[in-house]
Write a protein that binds this ligand. Structure first.
Ligand SMILES: N[C@@H](CCC(=O)N[C@@H](CS)C(=O)NCC(=O)O)C(=O)O
Length: 214
């Protein structure tokens, strides 16, 4: 059976779970030995990040590398279109998530505890987030998503769930563009997305309350 190193609220672990659910794979989820960021875990996964996948003798980290691997080994349902240009566009969307939008959201994480908000530059963060969300909107207009769930889509519902919670928590003046909201609605029509997010968002909401009070 596939095993994944993951913790419930890890953003990229939820991205991977959407893919696993969509492919109707069965997996066992194990917490990182020694805890998140520990040397014990780093002996297994050199970069120390979550998620990681164990499939027999293969140990693989990075949600994107894992997604490409699982899509080759379990090709049905496909998570990539059947043309080179189609696949490239999906990978472009996925990289926009991992390298542009998500890091701007992750930059907010240190400010979740209320006591750490004194130097928080809300305006600067709001400008960056607005830029990244507008960029996503333009990307979706350039290459409109199809009905198919692709490996380029799995991170967005998770990151947008974080944003839904962080925007009011940190008092950010950020509007999510209509194109992005429509895209998210379309993603939730996939059972794998709806089911993962129905479990994930309440867990994240509860955890965020604890982080706020830390
Ligand atoms: N590019 C990586 C990013 C993974 C990542 O940042 N995971 C977070 C948890 S959601 C993590 O492990 N952070 C701790 C660290 O990087 O040391 C992926 O797609 O898997």
């Amino acid at each position: 059976m596939l095993q994944i190193y993951a913790i419930p609220v890890s953003l990229y672990s939820a991205k991977l779970r959407i893919l696993l659910r969509h492919k109707e794979l069965i997996w066992e989820e194990i917490p990182p030995p020694g805890g998140y960021g520990s040397m014990e875990y780093r002996q297994i996964v050199p970069a120390g990040n979550l998620p990681a996948l164990r499939d027999g003798s293969l140990l693989l980290a990075d949600s994107e590398a894992i997604a490409e691997y699982l899509n080759e080994v379990h090709p049905v349902p496909p998570l990539l279109p059947d043309t080179p240009a189609g696949r490239a566009i999906i990978r472009e969307r996925s990289r926009y998530h991992d390298t542009r939008l998500e890091p701007a959201v992750r930059a907010l994480f240190p400010y979740m505890p209320e006591r750490k908000r004194s130097g928080f530059e809300a305006g600067r963060h709001a400008d960056v987030l607005t830029d990244r969300l507008d960029g996503l909107g333009r990307l979706l207009e350039k290459a409109p998503p199809s009905e198919m769930l692709t490996l380029g889509d799995c991170g967005f519902p998770v990151t947008l769930c974080w944003l839904d919670l962080l925007i009011p928590l940190l008092g950010l003046s950020v509007d999510i563009p209509a194109t992005v909201l429509e895209y998210r609605d379309g993603l939730y029509r996939h059972k794998a997305v709806a089911e993962e997010m129905a479990e994930y968002c309440p867990k994240l909401t509860a955890e965020m309350k604890l982080w706020e009070a830390e």
